[in-house]
Design a protein around this ligand. Structure first.
Ligand code: TXA
Ligand code: MG
Length: 322
């Protein structure tokens, strides 16, 4: 059935002519191209300023659309996809010959997910194939959780009449999907996200195996130590005791704001924290703050480990003020 939203047809037409589509998802905005069009995918790398050996995630309309792109799917991976999609989960599986090197950076695996956003799902269903899409930010910068973030970061690099920006409102999860390597006997978490380790074990029916990093080159660019970085310096703290050393504060609502410090957000719980985090990091730069103290929520459940992961990487890459 065709969508009644004219933006869906415009986005599908853009994908078919080799253009880029800024795609809203529940995690962060993606910069999408037809996965089989190597020229269009090359433009993603150019627009982002991303090294070409960093692999992209395929986005499809449902678990039924996965088969052409992968070879072996272990039963636990099938169960995981069935339980988590549409949703903030990416699975890594052995790739089929249909997936080009331009998507995987030459690796023999492919990352694939079904995003939980009505507009994205309509575009993917109508397009029918797979789109390759990284987060729609300049390489190394904070991921966009609002269409305006994308316009600010990439707007001048997009081609009018060729590319399309779909505004789907603010992203509901706010940090990138959990990436799970499903090429072995048990799931391995490559990047934490909204689905925690216990969620992955429960949904797949198999205990999560520890990550063994055999390769010196990063398979997940978001796992580079310097990533998700604003211009302001980010300091990660366990409590607000040291908040006064900064001029900005990111912490749960119950933490007090010291005199003279800009409160960037006051989320009520970890999900709310994640939803607003990238917005707050961008706001720190908009206000020209120099040092932001961030106190992430504690614990290993839910999205808390993903928030700590992003803040630690953000801190590692931050403070490169121009
Ligand atoms: O939530 C998300 O996953 C968002 C939205 C747009 O879907 N996408 C996203 O894409 O975060 P990106 O490109 O910024 O990060 C995807 C990560 C990269 O770090 C990449 O290295 C990793 O996925 N990746 C892609 N293919 C892989 C593979 N075959 N094996 C391991 N990691 C892979
Ligand atoms: Mg990214």
């Amino acid at each position: 059935m065709s969508s009644t939203d004219p933006r869906v047809a415009q986005a599908v037409a853009a994908l078919r002519r080799g253009g880029l589509v800024v795609l809203p998802t529940e995690t962060v905005y993606g910069l999408a191209a037809d996965a089989t069009d190597s020229h269009a995918v090359a433009r993603i790398y150019a627009v982002k300023g991303r090294p070409a050996d960093h692999p992209l995630i395929l986005h499809v309309a449902s678990a039924d659309h996965v088969a052409p792109w992968v070879t072996a799917v272990p039963p636990y991976a099938r169960q995981l996809m069935r339980g988590a999609w549409p949703g903030p989960l990416t699975v890594v599986l052995p790739r089929s010959p249909r997936v080009g090197d331009h998507v995987t950076g030459g690796q023999d695996t492919v990352a694939i997910r079904v995003p939980d956003h009505p507009l994205a799902l309509e575009v993917l269903a109508e397009f029918g194939g797979a789109v390759a899409a990284p987060s729609a930010n300049r390489f190394g910068h904070v991921s966009p959780t609002d269409a305006d973030h994308v316009r600010t970061d990439l707007g001048p690099r997009l081609a009018p009449g060729m590319d399309v920006v779909l505004d789907g409102g603010p992203c509901q999860v706010g940090v990138e999907s959990t990436i799970v390597d499903c090429t072995g006997a048990a799931p391995v978490i490559l990047r934490p996200g909204r689905f925690s380790e216990s969620d992955i074990a429960r949904l797949s029916g198999v205990a999560v195996a520890p990550r063994v990093d055999e390769s010196p080159t990063p398979r997940v660019s978001g796992s580079l130590t310097a990533h998700y970085a604003p211009r302001a310096e980010v300091v990660v703290a366990a409590t607000t005791a040291s908040a006064a050393v900064g001029d900005g504060l990111i912490a749960l609502a119950d933490a007090p704001t010291p005199e003279g410090v800009v409160r960037l957000m006051a989320p009520t719980d970890a999900d709310d924290f994640a939803r607003r985090l990238y917005w707050a990091l961008r706001e720190a730069d908009a206000l020209d703050l120099t040092r932001v103290v961030a106190v992430p929520p504690p614990g290993n459940e839910g999205i808390a480990p993903a928030i700590r992961d992003r803040l630690i990487r953000s801190a590692a890459g931050s403070g490169r003020r121009q």
